[in-house]
Structures are given as C-alpha cells and as structure tokens.
Design a protein around this ligand. Structure first.
Ligand SMILES: Cc1ncc(COP(=O)(O)O)c(C=O)c1O
Length: 378
C-alpha cells in the first residue's frame, strides 16, 4: 500500500535497541505479572497525565467495565454512551449489569456533548461513557456539569489536550487502550484506568485482581485483567515519545490542509480549546462510499469504521428498543471515512492521498456516480 491507513512499525523502529534491552531485562528478572515494570509505568503515566492514579489492566475494554464498576455502576442502572463509536465503548457496559442508553454526537466534532447526553438522561442514569473520538477530546467538564459522572473513554486519544488537561484525566475517571494502532500502542493488548479519586483507584485495583486485596480472600466477583510486565517495559520506552508523535500527527493534519484536501472533503472539527493528537484522520464527505472503494484500489488506506452505528448492531438490540432519534449518528454513519494518519505522514504522502481523492471524484463525476452517491447520502 502506497500510503497505509496507519503505520505501527516505522515510528518505533528507531527505538528497537532500547526495547530489546528492556525486554531482555524483564526476562532476566523473571517477574511477569504485576511487578516493578508495571509499578513504574503506572507512576510515569500518572505523572504524564497529571493524575493521582493509574491502574493498568489487560485492555481498553476491561478498563471501561472496571471503571464503571469502581464508580458503583451495577444492575438496574443506565449508562449513556454514544452510538457513533467503536463497539467496545458500549460492549463494556452490560458486564456491569447496567444497560447502555444510546445518545447522539455533534456532527462536526463527532463527539458527545452536554446537549446530546442530556437528551438521553433518565432518573436511572448512573454514568456517561464519553468517547474522545478519533483523538478529539470530548468536553467532559460540560457533561459532568449535568450532575452525572463521566468515564472518559480516551482509547483513541492518548496525547491530546483540552484546556491544558490531558485526555484520560479530564473527568472523574478515564480509560486508555494500548492496542498497537493507538496513539500509545504496545506490542499486544493493554489498557488503564485513570483517576484522581483514591477510592475509585482502590476499587479498580481490587477488581483487576479477582476482587481481592491480598490474593487469599475474595471480596467480590472481579476480573483477571492485568497489564503484562513485558508490555509495561515496552510502554515505558514509548511514553516519552508520545508528545513528539502527537506533534507529528498534528503536522500530518496540516500537510493535508496544505495539499488542498480540505477543499475536497471536510475534516473533523477539533473541540473548542482542544489540541488533539489525532488517532485517526476521519473526514466527512457525501462520497464516502465511493472513496472507500476507490482509494484502496489506488493504494491509499481508507475505511468507514462505523457505518453500522451501535444502536443498529445485532448484539446490542436488547438495548436498542426505544432509542431516541440520533440524526447526526445516522448521517455520519454514511458520510465518514478514515484516511491515512500516522506521526510521520509527510507532505508527499498528503499530496498522494489528495491526488487520489481528486482522481476518484473526477472519475465519478465523469460517470455520474458521484451525483448518485451524494443523493444517497443522508
Ligand atoms: C473508542 C474505543 N473504546 C474502547 C476500545 C477498546 O480497547 P481495547 O481494544 O484495548 O479493548 C477501543 C479500541 O479498540 C476504542 O477505539
């Protein structure tokens, strides 16, 4: 592929010798679960985020479930979650016993807002999962001002800032994923719960280890959900690179702008006051379906990830009975498209993507397909 959708190899290549040495040190040390590397990584990540506590877990999905349970969410409760997000944001809710309630997003920022959340609140709402979609921070403070605690799902947004605060640390509790293609990705699965609240952190520590504090007495049904020492050792090498990679991702956005791409398709709007670390470059266009076919054929990575929003996913139908109208979600489902993004995406790459978009639109114009495509888009 000439310009792939994302690149998990090239940015870490210069770090190979240091990573190899850290892996060897873990093997020599013989501690593989909840050892010194996990302790050190949790401290270093908490310092980076400006948060009191980081509790690492096995993945970003578990992080949401554990964060919700640590907040006290359980059977009979409702948790508001956007329908336009990755499936895991909602999938993580039923294991707590609570019901997901779907809300809309803002069409331009693609994020939940206080207004879209408010429309889905009921007397049973116990929490909101607010997703920092594609790296764009959600306005968590505005949502918490409604009087409901937020689990900030920052899986796609490590390295972003909103009004001088780091994503994952914007509200009562935040979660991260270290899946390889994320902004801070390890070489396998990993995740974290982030909070300033001592009691929530303590609950999360108990929940990640079978509901036990001491490994011999078990207070509750918990989870076996831990970050491996090996992944923690690798993440300790990668974390100091995150801000540089974030700058690279913002430079990639500017390269697209300079290449003229924003005259052809509409980029996601950054939340007011945000400095996003773009996890994915997602654009809006009435020609999303056409480009999702034409760009890969031209060697350019492109994909519409959420063309079936969560309230229309089969597994979530038990909670989709009386969903409120979600007009922006339904429109975005048909008009969004992810195009290549990585910290090293150059002006030449941006030019190539832009030329391929232009060629696809010109070709479709000539055949009349673009008009039909646009007419079919909501
Ligand atoms: C928005 C969002 N939430 C949650 C997750 C779940 O993270 P993980 O794959 O580490 O379980 C992901 C990533 O895949 C995600 O994109």
């Amino acid at each position: 592929m000439a310009v792939p959708l994302f690149d998990t190899k090239t940015p870490v290549a210069p770090l190979r010798a240091e990573i190899d040495a850290r892996i060897a040190a873990v093997l020599d040390g013989g501690a593989f679960i909840l050892g010194p590397e996990v302790d050190a990584f949790e401290r270093e990540l908490a310092d980076y985020l400006g948060a009191r506590h980081v509790v690492s877990v096995a993945n970003g999905t578990d992080a949401i479930t554990i964060a919700l349970q640590a907040l006290g969410v359980g059977p009979g409760d409702e948790v508001v979650v956007p329908s336009f997000t990755f499936y895991a944001s909602a999938e993580a809710i039923p294991p707590t016993g609570a019901a997901p309630v779907f809300c809309d997003v803002d069409r331009d920022t693609m994020n939940v807002t206080a207004e879209t959340v408010k429309a889905a609140l009921t007397p049973r709402t116990k929490a909101v999962v607010a997703v920092d979609l594609f790296g764009n921070p959600a306005d968590v403070a505005a949502i918490e001002a409604l009087g409901v605690p937020v689990v900030e799902d920052a899986a796609q947004a490590a390295g972003s800032l909103l009004r001088d605060r780091r994503t994952a640390a914007l509200g009562t509790v935040g979660t991260l994923s270290f899946f390889p293609s994320k902004n801070l990705g390890c070489f396998g699965d990993g995740g974290a719960v982030v909070t300033d609240d001592d009691a929530i952190a303590e609950e999360a520590r108990v929940l990640r280890f079978h509901g036990s504090r001491d490994k011999v007495s078990f207070e509750r049904i918990g989870w076996n959900s831990r970050l491996d020492e090996l992944q923690a050792a690798i993440l300790r090498v990668l974390l100091p690179q995150l801000d540089g990679w974030a700058a690279g991702r913002r430079a990639a956005w500017s390269n697209y702008e300079a290449a003229g791409l924003w005259e052809l398709v509409t980029p996601q709007t950054a939340t007011s006051g945000a400095i996003p670390c773009w996890g994915l470059q997602v654009v809006r266009t009435p020609h999303a379906a056409l480009l999702a076919q034409a760009l890969p054929a031209a060697g350019i990575g492109a994909r519409s990830y959420y063309s079936t929003p969560l309230h229309r996913q089969r597994a979530l139908t038990p909670w989709a009975g009386d969903v409120i109208p979600l007009p922006a979600t339904d429109a975005l489902a048909q008009t969004h498209l992810a195009i290549p993004m990585n910290p090293l995406l150059s002006r030449a790459d941006a030019d190539e993507v832009t030329a391929a978009v232009q060629a696809a639109l010109d070709g479709a114009d000539a055949s009349g397909a673009a008009g039909a495509d646009a007419a079919n888009a909501v």
